[in-house]
Design a protein around this ligand. Structure first.
Ligand code: FRU
Length: 495
């Protein structure tokens, strides 16, 4: 066993400090009424982006951005967890901690790959003062638990002429024996992914701009991700703008073709990975079955985070299976493994729903529910219809999920959902050829994930109602709508 270098010892010390801080925060922690029952969260403190998703030695590994010292944003470490089934997670020790001059303000987002049996992390070393600098670094592990930073870090020390100081979140993959790295950047108001290549993961050569915003895809790209699906190449990116300004699109996918001869990705079609306000920085696993599975940070930089009062912030979305639709767009559906959490199945026979039906769910309520409901639009006379969830007894607190058939509009209305910014999340949803609308809804204490029409559109929202607001109801206004089917389950906790 080679003696540990001074740098290795510093890294181990930084990890121990982080672990001790988390243990002490946990000691007296009451995670509070908003703590999620079946979504992944860090043991305590602040977390954001998923990092280094990899199926390694028969298990799904997930690393993620964590600030272990408080529920506030701060110098990022890499948290680590693993799962056999994408449902139940085991927390593992912190994998990376800032410990060197070039990563002192954070080990930022990146990738994990396997090479010759080693688990390798590729991440951004972040320094934000006195001068902002972002560089790319590597760490390796023989056991998938303890990571040693490469003594030659940073392996990319300077952004190229096409980039700027925003130069982060490397995505690394192998194609025909060559390693490729796409780094998120942007220049002159146009986001881009910059491409490097290497034969050994340590020496990298700049190839050029792999892809650039078409003008509506942001000024900077964070967290690029890249995978193949049904003979196409897919690039994901999380648009960003300079600090303090909101970007209008939070995470996008671009389907197209990668030309490995010239290192250019040509996008043919784009879309939003998720249409909700609390979703960012998605990444993917390619698992042993060849499935593409996506997970994202279920929060967003500038949104209210009332869970900070209970010592924790941030969560992951449910893992989502990514497939290609017949019209060449991406579909996102909850992975089937989640069905193991179902209990107490209840269903509604087909029924024509109108204003006087309200209240039928008197005996059904909850904050950890899965609901699949299908509406038939053919005979619909209602101006709007939908579901009310997390309602208080006096009906003052509630979150409304509404469809307006005339406007083809779906809305998640959080004006009365507790401590949110009260945004109404509205999206256009054209009817399907069979004139139905299908909602697959996951409700977990402080989150709503709505999968619409078998994954055509997903909306992720955080809500923070009172713990006693547990009511549920269907509603129709100004007419009736046929509810073709409704199935509902309580979902068990994963903790
Ligand atoms: C995206 C992001 C990344 C960065 C990380 C820092 O949410 O800003 O660009 O690597 O978070 O935690």
């Amino acid at each position: 066993m080679p003696a540990k270098s001074n740098k290795d010892s510093l890294h181990l010390q930084s990890i121990s400090k982080a672990e001790e801080a988390m243990a002490s925060l946990r000691r007296n922690a009451d995670m509070g009424p908003h703590h999620l029952n079946y979504h992944f969260t860090a043991p305590i403190s602040w977390m954001n982006d998923p990092n280094g998703l990899i199926y390694y030695r028969g298990e799904y590994h997930m690393f993620y951005q964590i600030h272990p010292f408080s529920p506030e944003n701060g110098p990022k470490h890499w948290g680590h967890a693993k799962s056999k089934d994408l449902v139940f997670w085991e927390h593992l020790p912190i994998a990376l901690a800032p410990s060197e001059d070039h990563d002192m303000h954070g080990c930022f987002s990146g990738t994990a790959v396997e090479n010759n049996g080693l688990l390798i992390l590729i991440y951004t070393g972040n320094v934000h003062s006195p001068q902002k600098k972002q560089v790319q670094c590597i760490a390796t592990s023989e056991d998938g638990l303890i990571f040693t930073k490469h003594p030659g870090n940073p392996v990319i020390n300077q952004f190229p002429e096409d980039g700027t100081v925003d130069f982060r979140d490397p995505k690394v993959w192998k194609h025909e024996g060559v390693w490729y790295m796409a780094i998120g950047s942007g220049k002159a108001g146009m986001a881009s992914a910059l491409l490097y290549q290497s034969t050994d993961l340590f020496n990298w050569e700049y190839t050029g701009k792999m892809a650039e915003s078409n003008g509506s895809q942001g000024k900077i790209w964070n967290c690029p991700d890249f995978f193949e699906l049904d003979g196409k190449d897919v690039l994901l990116a999380s648009p960003a703008v300079p600090y303090g300004v909101k970007n209008t699109r939070k995470s996008i996918y671009m389907i197209g073709k990668m030309n490995y001869e010239n290192g250019k990705f040509t996008q043919e079609i784009d879309g939003d990975v998720d249409h909700g306000p609390d979703f960012y920085a998605p990444q993917t696993w390619i698992d042993h079955q060849g499935r593409v599975i996506l997970i994202g940070w279920m929060d967003m930089w500038w949104n209210p985070m009332p869970t900070q009062d209970y010592g924790w912030t941030g969560a992951m979305t449910l893992p989502r299976l990514v497939t290609m639709s017949r019209n060449g767009k991406l579909l996102f559906e909850p992975v089937p493994e989640l069905q193991t959490l179902r209990k107490n199945h209840r269903s509604l026979p087909p029924v024509k729903w109108s204003e006087n039906h309200s209240g039928i769910f008197k005996n059904i309520c909850g904050d950890s529910l899965e609901i699949i409901v299908e509406f038939d639009l053919q005979s619909c006379t209602a101006e709007e219809f939908g579901l009310k969830v997390r309602c208080s007894h006096d009906d003052k607190q509630k979150t409304l999920i509404t469809y307006k058939p005339d406007l083809h509009e779906v809305t998640i209305d959080r004006q009365n959902s507790g401590t949110t910014n009260g945004e109404r999340n509205v999206r256009n949803l054209p009817p399907r050829p069979n004139h139905t609308v299908k909602w697959h809804l996951f409700l977990d204490r402080s989150s709503i994930e709505l999968f619409i029409n078998d994954g055509e559109l997903v909306m992720t929202n955080r809500i923070y109602p009172d713990p006693s607001s547990l009511g549920l109801d269907l509603f129709a206004k100004g007419g009736s709508v046929k509810v073709s089917s409704l199935d509902l389950w309580d979902l068990s906790s994963i903790w």
